[in-house]
Structure formats: structure tokens, C-alpha cells
Design a protein around this ligand. Structure first.
Ligand code: ASP
Ligand code: MG
Length: 484
């Protein structure tokens, strides 16, 4: 649909009645100019609360279940009361209670089984988004904007990887058009749940944590939208994490590839898979702050005319380095690596970096702390024999590391850039443990000691001429002296 804007509001942007009002205002203002479809996250912290209730259920913790159910109910009752006019209160409150009861039924089932099957988790956790879609659409309607709450499991068709599903674009396109276009054409504003979908045969799925961004891009692509706006609680995509680098700046424009690399490298602002569905139709994306909508935000575009050098420095603290090393020369290191990688892939672990040395045939990779236990279990079972017979050294784990990633299209084919990054890090006396450069040459990733991460990020950020300081030419080595 020509002119259509898809707007996605994150958890904090619909985190209270007040924030829902602000979100609704942004959407309905835009709708005066062109058609708008809204995608919402659950209210902030609600997804954690729902997942927590299900963990309590599995563990048989009744008190825990009750506490989470009470908090879920209270938060949405309060929002409903503060948001809607007297005349709609009772009807919508009844809908809220119906959704909470749906969640409760599944959770009680899990408590009885002492188990939380991934498929049921996906069905239950989507209640968070269904609640916020209900409240936002009711508020829009009460303010005179015709709106309809839509459950994305009627629209987004996915594979059956529960908890981390991928969209099937052709059937999604068909459903999105059949269900959403008629609404948009008659001037209504659909409010669609983020995060969830369903398999072709109707089993509920979710797209992974933070997946509402991805939902919005799937829908923008399926509906041939003109633009996608992602509303969050920060001013846009930044040149570094401002908690680490006080002079980090909001980037005015970056490419899909840069934004995707930044998301994978730990910048929290976009779900990593968001940009893929948009590439074919080249739909531009705005990352904007719903708390300060007058600020320009960051525009994410397919390509830029002139690539800048390093555009941003992303970082991750909660990571662990896992190393494997054959103890016997008879063991084929490449085969060990292949089996190890297959095992972690099967455990659905995301590898943040892989690095190897061919001489000692050892190799290491980086995973998130939350995924470490799963990683080790997978490795220990896949390599049980080699470990038992000491063909492999015991698996080494270093939890005290951090990952720094410099990202920029302009880094491609620039000799000396890696050297400058490493020099900047060593100048602040931080030891480099492992490095990797993406073969796209869009990123240089460096693993450092955890306590040196902050200093290293600051050093690379400054060396790259980012932030509120005079630019330094980035691409020549050694650095020319500037004549001021
Ligand atoms: N509510 C989901 C989550 O917290 C999805 C999202 O907010 O994007 O992961
Ligand atoms: Mg998010």
C-alpha cells in the first residue's frame, strides 16, 4: 500500500496509560496524513513477568505464580482505568480479565505437568502483546480514531521453531493483505500484536525476545509500506553505548548493513533480524524516541552515497569465551570444530565471534552468559568420548571478557584500520584476547578483558573520530599530523 507507515511502539512506549496516550497521539496525528498500521510490544517488563510465572509453574512454586498473576492483573487494570472513559471501562476490563484468564489456564496446566512445553510458552507469552494491543486500540477508538486490535497469529505465518520462529513471507503477505488492507482502506487503524505469529496449521509461535521490531518489519514488507518507524525510549542509534562513552552521539543516517551488524554486536536499539525483510523493497526505517518525538532520530537506509569510516562501536559485557583444544595430534582439529559448531547450533546458541589458530588447532568462540550452560552441555555431550579419553583438553571457559565491535561500511578495503583499532586499545593498556573481522569487512570484533572493556570502547570511539569532538581522519596509517 503506497503511503502506508508502519509504526512500532516498544515496551516503554506503551508502558503506562500515559505512554499509551502519547503513542496513540503519534499514530493518529500521522494518520491524518496517510494510512498507519501500529505494532505494539507488551507493556515494559510484562514479558519477563509472564515468562517468570511459567518458570514458577514448572518449578511448582505456587506463591510465585500467584504473585506474578496478581502483578499482571494489577498493571493492566490500572492502565485500563487510567486510560479509558467511564463508558468503556467495564467492557474492556472484562476483555482484560479474559486474556489474563487465558494465560492463567496455561500456567496452571504447566504447574500440573511440572513442565513448560515451548509451544505452550509461545501461546501464553503472547498474552502480553494482546493486552497492550487491546488497550491501545480501545483508547484510539475512544478518541475518535477507528481502530481494531489484531492478533498477529492471524497474520504472520512462521515456521515451527517455537521461541525463535522465522516468518514465511509468501503466506504472510497473503494473510496480511487479506486482513489488514480492507481495514486500512476503510480508514481504520489496525493495532497488531508484536512478537507473535503462528505456523501455517495455526500453532502459536514467537519470533524471539525483542521480536516486535521484527514483526513490524515483516508487516511493512508484506504490505509494501512506504516507511517503518520504530519508536523506543532513546533518541536513535548511537555511536556507542552512552553509559560507557559519555560523548556518544546519535547517528543521523546509517545503512541496513551497519544497523544489522550493530544489533548483532549488542546495540540494544533494534532486533537483529529486523532489517532482512525490508532489503528487497528497500523500505526506509526511522528509529525514534517516543518520549521526545521532535528529535530527528536515526534514518536507516539501504545504501549511502559516501560510506563513512567507523560509524559506531558496539559492546557487550555479559559474554564468555569458550575454548577447545585437541590434546592429541591425531585428532583432526577441523573435525572437532565442525562437530562443536553443529552441537551449539542444535542447542540454538548464538555465536557472537569465532576465532581459531591453526598451529595448535585450538579454537574459541564467544557466547552470552545466559547461553553458556546450554553451550557447555551441548559440547560435553557431542564430544564426550574425546573428553573422556583426553584427546581433547578440558573445555576452557573465561567469563571475564567483553566484546567490542567497530562497525562501518567505510571500513571496507581500508588498510591500516585494524592496526589503528588495536593500537588504540593497547594504548589504554587493555589486553586483546581474540579478534575477528567479518569477511564483509563491515566489522572488526575484539575480545578484551571485561574490566578493560569501557576503556577500550572509549579509545576506539575517540580514535575513529566519533562523538562530539573534532573529526580525525580515520583511514591512513600512520596518522598524518593535522595542520590546524
Ligand atoms: N515483548 C517481547 C519481549 O519483551 C517482544 C518485544 O518487546 O519486542 O521480548
Ligand atoms: Mg524492543
Amino acid at each position: 500500500m503506497k503511503d502506508l507507515v508502519v509504526m512500532k511502539f516498544g515496551g516503554t512506549s506503551v508502558g503506562s496509560a500515559e505512554r499509551m496516550r502519547a503513542a496513540a497521539r503519534l499514530a493518529s496525528e500521522e494518520r491524518k496524513k496517510r494510512p498507519v498500521a501500529v505494532v505494539v510490544s507488551a507493556m515494559s517488563k510484562i514479558t519477563d513477568l509472564l515468562l517468570g510465572a511459567m518458570r514458577h509453574a514448572e518449578a511448582g512454586d505456587q506463591a510465585g505464580i500467584e504473585a506474578n498473576l496478581a502483578a499482571l492483573r494489577a498493571r493492566h487494570e490500572e492502565a485500563c482505568r487510567d486510560l479509558l472513559p467511564e463508558s468503556r471501562q467495564a467492557a474492556v476490563m472484562a476483555e482484560v480479565h479474559k486474556l489474563v484468564a487465558e494465560f492463567e489456564r496455561i500456567v496452571r496446566g504447566m504447574a500440573m505437568l511440572g513442565e513448560r512445553p515451548p509451544r505452550s510458552v509461545d501461546e501464553a507469552v503472547a498474552v502480553g502483546e494482546r493486552l497492550s494491543a487491546l488497550l491501545v486500540s480501545e483508547y484510539l477508538a475512544s478518541e475518535g480514531t477507528p481502530a481494531a486490535a489484531i492478533n498477529a497469529w492471524d497474520v504472520i505465518v512462521t515456521d515451527a521453531v517455537f521461541g525463535n520462529a522465522s516468518p514465511l513471507m509468501d503466506p504472510t503477505r497473503e494473510k496480511a493483505r487479506a486482513i489488514l488492507l480492507p481495514l486500512l482502506e476503510e480508514g481504520a487503524l489496525p493495532v497488531i500484536t508484536g512478537f507473535n505469529g503462528a505456523t501455517a496449521d495455526g500453532r502459536p509461535t514467537t519470533l524471539g525476545r525483542g521480536g516486535s521490531d521484527f514483526s513490524a518489519s515483516i508487516l511493512a514488507a508484506a504490505l509494501d509500506a512506504a516507511e517503518l518507524w520504530i519508536w523506543t525510549d532513546v533518541d536513535g542509534i548511537m555511536s556507542a553505548d552512552p553509559r560507557l562513552v559519555p560523548d556518544a552521539e546519535v547517528l543521523d543516517e546509517i545503512t541496513y548493513a551497519e544497523a544489522a551488524e550493530l544489533a548483532y554486536a549488542g546495540a540494544k536499539v533494534l532486533h537483529p533480524r529486523t532489517l532482512a525483510p525490508l532489503a528487497e523493497r528497500k523500505i526506509p526505517v526511522w528509529s525514534k524516541n517516543s518520549f521526545a518525538p521532535e528529535k530527528p532520530g536515526t534514518k536507516i537506509v539501504p545504501t549511502v552515497a559516501t560510506a563513512h569510516g567507523t560509524r559506531a562501536v558496539a559492546s557487550m559485557g555479559n559474554v564468555a569465551l569458550v575454548s577447545l583444544e585437541p590434546a592429541s595430534p591425531e585428532l583432526n582439529g577441523v573435525q572437532v570444530m565442525g562437530r562443536a559448531l553443529e552441537a551449539v547450533a542444535r542447542a540454538n546458541v548464538e555465536l557472537l565471534l569465532v576465532s581459531s589458530s591453526s598451529y595448535r588447532q585450538n579454537f574459541c568462540f564467544l557466547v552470552r552468559h545466559e547461553e553458556l550452560e546450554r553451550t557447555l552441555e551441548a559440547l560435553e555431550s557431542a564430544l564426550a568420548l574425546e573428553l573422556a579419553h583426553h584427546y581433547l583438553h578440558p573445555i576452557q571457559v573465561d567469563r571475564n571478557v567483553g566484546l567490542l565491535t567497530a562497525v562501518g561500511e567505510g571500513m571496507q578495503g581500508k588498510p591500516g584500520l585494524a592496526g589503528r583499532i588495536f593500537t588504540a586499545i593497547s594504548r589504554v593498556q587493555v589486553n586483546i584476547i581474540a579478534i575477528a573481522q567479518g569477511s564483509s569487512e563491515l566489522t572488526i570484533a575484539v575480545v578484551v578483558r571485561r574490566d578493560g572493556l569501557e576503556k577500550a570502547v572509549q579509545a576506539v570511539h575517540a580514535e575513529s573520530g566519533l562523538g562530539h569532538r573534532p573529526p580525525v581522519p580515520v583511514f591512513t596509517f600512520p596518522m598524518p599530523r593535522r595542520k590546524e
